[in-house]
Design a protein around this ligand. Structure first.
Ligand code: WT7
Length: 651
């Protein structure tokens, strides 16, 4: 195959098919493949009209919009001329519909303390916080930087910003002072919100100390609000720092929401790119809100009695869209857990599911692979029969990890929604609708209604079924990013320049003969072995299907003969990492895929280096495989929360 075609060889074979049970499909919002297909086709015929109708039904409008979509590539404006407010849609609208006493947030701290908030209580605290922010001079368009543990006040702070038209920038509480200062300066943040500390695996993360260091280099930040989370005595700078509780005690519990233009900025979220400088991904008000809400309802098939748990932190887009804005707009009851999955021991998640009778559980493949490695005994101690639906996001899920999730966590009865999306897309793009679409392990299945994907080669031409190529989207959607904060050229260049008229996601994918999508990894991660272009995930999935392998990462290493040789990094379950296992893995990949993918180098490692959000850092491994970097300590990173010194890494 000519190298310039952009096509990638498909070497993965997966024939297992899991249709939803009749019971699940019977109660689902979308009950059959035909119903899904009809909805998708209706949306595809006129996406703007499709979304406009949903926007009228699902959001509160202070002023109606006059035009559904104004599209001047690469700039989209949705619901033009309308005014709404995201906090109204998440709170007031639900309360007006009689849900004031429904639990919005069930929260458990790592030490075992717990709280719950109804929609009415959440609204009161959001109003108080909004009044506090205003009192400190924060107005529409001002940026509020949030660096907090996963506590209810983090959600309250986000919604309070939305209520007054301020723009939040949530920074995951594992980032360094340097990273906070970079983001604060790029966004010109005016207010900082933090806590004295946060709990992580029984220890206190000194958040306020980190913020103090960051604020010394963040000249635009005028004030800092500090939540007392861990009762630490932290220095408070007079005239700059205020205790959250002291401000809230004085604040009015009413704060009418300020109507916002549909396209008013809602938040900035920094994500790493292929160059060092993080990109401030911008999302705006109405389109994002609608997209998060509808996709939440479709994909998680939300029912009023559900207890929904998304394990992501609000520092990532998953937390924004599926812990806060999607579920709250839909009136869901959400569990939030502050701490580590292995504290005080490896059964914490299962204990939480049993305790709170969780019905929908949404987590990341990196977590699932850790659960597998920790052993089934932790799972088996707990009654997980409340679960009815499982989800994954963040990376491809290797089919064998999918099967474990299906059997051990889902008791073979829960559909699994493998959701493909990005910080940039604002919400889920490709995913099963669990009552309608039979799943195949490792495939994110089909596009959601209103989403028009295309897999193309480097000339922008559609590729044949089962041929890998670039995953693109051919029509704007309401949840799409509106830009990179302060960098319109980079926005145009990264997403819109390589395939004219298409949004370029930066992932490779193939679509099989049944119209199912299979993500093959990042564009930059493709291996080229003797002219065969291989995807990382297919080699990794073959390795993970070996009984001794917990996790694997595949990268290319320069090779005089083959162009690239296959180098793999492997973590094992409880096997002896020796030459015998090495040989057995080589044979296994050869058997699963074929000789061309047989690894040339196999390195065993205690853990794989990951980004803070849990993605394997293949670029770093590529340098290690090529001998450009020494392995050193970077292989002893041992958990899901790998707070590394390795930089942010790529997606
Ligand atoms: C990248 C986006 C979306 C929220 C969390 C990550 C990879 C994401 C899947 C999936 C295969 C996936 C892609 C994508 N990815 N979900 N279900 N299957 N790959 O957001 O940090 O913006 O990363 O994560 O490579 O482009 P993000």
């Amino acid at each position: 195959m000519p190298e310039s075609s952009g096509q990638i060889d498909n070497v993965m074979h997966e024939d297992r098919l899991f249709p939803p049970t009749a019971e699940f499909a019977g109660q689902a919002h979308i009950k059959s493949p035909a119903e899904y297909q009809a909805l998708w086709e209706q949306a595809a015929a006129d996406p703007a009209a499709f979304w406009a109708e949903l926007a009228r039904e699902e959001l509160h409008w202070f002023e109606p919009f006059t035009e559904a979509l104004v599209w001047k590539e690469p700039h989209a404006q949705w619901f033009v001329g309308g005014k709404t407010n995201v906090s109204t849609n998440c709170l007031d609208r639900n309360i007006a519909q009689g849900l004031g006493d429904r639990l919005a947030i069930l929260w458990e701290g790592e030490p075992g303390d717990s709280r719950s908030l109804t929609y009415a209580e959440l609204q009161r605290q959001v109003c108080q916080a909004a009044n506090c922010f205003r009192q400190l001079g924060v107005g529409p368009g001002d940026v509020v930087s949030i660096y907090m543990p996963l506590v209810p006040e983090l959600v309250i702070a986000m919604l309070a910003c939305a209520r007054i038209g301020a723009v939040h920038s949530v920074i995951f509480a594992g980032f360094s002072a340097e990273a906070i200062a970079d983001r604060n300066n790029d966004a010109q943040a005016k207010l900082q919100i933090t806590a004295d500390g946060g709990w992580r695996r029984g220890k206190i993360l000194p958040l306020k100390a980190t913020v103090d260091e960051a604020l010394a280099k963040s000249p635009t930040v005028e004030n800092c609000i500090v939540l007392d989370r861990v009762h630490q005595d932290v220095p408070m700078q007079a005239g700059r720092d205020y205790w959250w509780h002291a401000l809230m005690a004085e604040a009015d519990t009413e704060c009418p929401a300020a109507p916002q233009d549909s396209e008013a900025p809602l938040f900035i979220l920094y994500t790493s790119g292929s160059t060092g400088k993080p990109k401030g991904i911008l999302h705006t008000t109405a389109g994002y809100n609608l997209y998060a809400k509808k996709t939440f309802q479709w994909v998680f098939d939300h029912q009023p009695e559900d207890v929904y748990w998304c394990t992501a932190d609000c520092g990532w887009i998953t937390g924004h869209s599926y812990l806060v804005y999607g579920p709250l707009a839909a009136g869901a009851t959400c569990l939030m857990y502050e701490g580590a999955p292995n504290y005080p021991d490896e059964s914490r998640f299962w204990q939480l599911i049993e305790k709170y009778q969780v019905t929908i559980f949404y987590t990341a493949p990196t977590a699932i692979r850790a659960f597998i490695k920790w052993g089934d005994q932790h799972v088996e101690k707990h009654d997980l029969s409340s679960l009815r639906l499982l989800g994954t996001v963040g990376e491809g899920i290797n089919p064998e990890a999918w099967m474990w999730y299906h059997e051990k966590i889902g008791g073979q009865r829960c559909p699994i929604v493998d959701t493909w999306w990005q910080t940039e897309t604002g919400g889920i793009m490709l995913s099963p609708l669990p009552g309608a679409i039979a799943t195949k392990p490792g495939s994110c299945t089909k596009p959601l209604p209103g989403i028009l994907p295309a897999i193309v080669n480097q000339a922008g031409q559609p590729v044949e079924p089962n041929q890998g190529g670039w995953l693109t989207v051919t029509h704007p959607w309401p949840g799409m990013l509106r830009g990179i904060w302060g960098d319109p050229e980079r926005y145009q260049e990264v997403y819109w320049s390589r395939v004219p008229g298409h949004y370029l996601a930066g992932d490779n994918a193939r679509c099989d003969e049944d119209g199912y999508y299979w993500i093959m990894g990042r564009i930059d991660d493709v291996l080229n072995v003797s002219g065969h272009r291989l995807s990382t995930i297919e080699i990794e999935s073959a390795l993970v299907s070996h009984p001794q392998v917990a996790e694997a990462a595949a990268v290319g290493r320069p090779d005089d003969l083959k162009g690239e040789a296959v180098a793999v990094f492997v973590t094992v379950k409880d096997a002896q990492p020796d030459d015998q296992l090495r040989e057995s893995l080589k044979l296994h990949v050869r058997h699963e895929i074929g000789a061309l993918a047989q690894p040339d180098d196999i390195r065993f490692t205690a853990a794989l280096p990951k980004t803070r959000s849990g993605k394997i850092m293949r670029r770093l491994l590529k340098d290690i495989a090529a001998g450009k970097e020494t392995v050193g300590d970077s292989t002893t990173l041992e958990d899901l929360n790998v707070l590394t010194n390795l930089g942010d890494g790529d997606k």
